[in-house]
Ligand binder design. Structure first.
Ligand SMILES: CSC[C@@H](O)[C@@H](O)C(=O)COP(=O)(O)O
Length: 363
């Protein structure tokens, strides 16, 4: 995507070959600041603190984290330490173990002297592939949006949740790739952006990137989603996924399940945009997916800018109240109209997934 006319990716190696540049997403939409990662620890911290987030970008950052680690020490022991450190950052997105296993498979058989260069190359390959997968998802999703537009002759009203856009991937996004392609093709689209409490990735990140690209949108409180669907104001829902089980159950940002329930009750199609690396072939069902529980402070406090444009954190709840903060939920496959993958729009069922990915190794 472009920032001020410049094609920009969310993560990129530095020209000096000794670091990686990211966008610090904890500061958006108020500040656009780039940050340089120079060590394994920098990469692990960036994932844990959610400076980078979104399943595909977590995987890409972890891959570069391994490359940074190999720069420090390319021994077999350090490779194992690096993968274990990065794996411990966030539990739900399967792209993290997927990327780490791929890096380990590539690097472990090599002599330590060859690992450094190979690690940078493999991390770059993971990023290139992510861009291609998301572009393919965009093309398949575009056909759904174009068909709706042909049928109704009105702007297509898309609802999304959290941020599964450009910022959540290396480029394009998953759920938003079809939206960008439709917009660029001149098909009128309007996006309902649910704010996504408690961290507000919808209000802060999705709204920011849609605005930068000039896509018409409006932010809604999470609780308004069912009401809009009931009124006929939503043509389709498209969300992303952190992990899809082999039977098509989908783990995504907390609140996704409630949107799927409301969509089913109102006959609104509910699609999940998902690249192959987000499918966990080892898990039969969604209830086995590990769900991250984050700090209560993300629920009890909120951050924004004041009238002087100063970043401020304020407390919302009584000081004595405890809070629980599960970061993801699982939407059963039966509520999913289709999985928009790079290989086409698939029925969320084991047989359809296996047919589309015959090479997948299932236990
Ligand atoms: C293409 S990103 C898909 C998901 O990772 C996204 O919808 C999501 O839930 C992100 O959660 P986050 O906690 O912000 O990393």
């Amino acid at each position: 995507m472009r920032i001020d006319g410049q094609p920009t990716r969310t993560i990129a190696p530095l020209e000096d070959g000794r670091g990686v540049r990211i966008i610090d997403q904890t500061l958006l939409p108020h500040r656009l600041e780039l940050r340089v990662l120079r060590s394994l620890e920098d990469a692990a911290e960036a994932i844990s603190a959610m400076r980078v987030r979104g399943a595909p970008l977590i995987g890409a950052t972890a891959a570069y984290g391994v490359a940074l680690a190999m720069q420090e020490d390319a021994s077999e022991t350090h490779l194992e330490i690096a993968c274990a450190r990065l794996l411990a950052t966030r539990p739900t997105a399967v792209n993290l173990p997927w990327a780490l296993e791929r890096m380990q498979r590539t690097l472990a058989p090599l002599a330590p002297t060859a690992r450094r260069e190979a690690a940078w190359q493999e991390a770059a390959a993971i990023c290139e592939e992510d861009v291609a997968l998301n572009a393919a998802i965009g093309r398949h999703g575009l056909t759904l949006i174009a068909a709706l537009h042909r049928k109704q002759g009105q702007p297509v009203q898309v609802m999304t949740h959290c941020n599964a856009g450009w910022l959540a991937t290396v480029d394009w996004g998953t759920a938003l790739a079809p939206v960008y392609m439709a917009h660029d093709a001149g098909i009128p689209v309007h996006v309902w952006v649910s704010e996504t409490r408690p961290r507000n990735q919808g209000a802060a990140l999705t709204a920011w990137e849609l605005a930068r690209h000039g896509v018409p949108h409006a932010v809604i409180a999470d609780n308004a989603a069912g009401h809009l669907m009931q009124r006929g104001d939503v043509d389709l829902v498209i969300v992303g996924a952190d992990r899809v089980a082999a039977n098509g159950d989908v783990a995504n940002k907390i609140g996704t399940y409630l949107k799927a329930l409301a969509a089913r009750d109102n006959g609104v199609p509910f699609y999940v945009a998902v690249p192959g690396p987000s499918i966990d072939w080892r898990l039969d069902e969604g209830r086995a997916i590990p769900i991250e529980v984050r700090a209560p402070r993300e629920v009890t406090h909120v951050t924004g800018v004041d009238a002087e444009d100063k970043l401020r954190e304020v407390r919302l709840t009584p000081a004595s109240s405890d809070a629980l903060n599960p970061a993801f939920d699982v939407t059963p496959a039966r509520l999913v109209t289709g999985l928009i993958t790079e290989r086409g729009v698939l029925v969320a069922q084991k047989a359809a997934l296996r047919q589309a990915y015959p090479e997948a190794e299932c236990p």
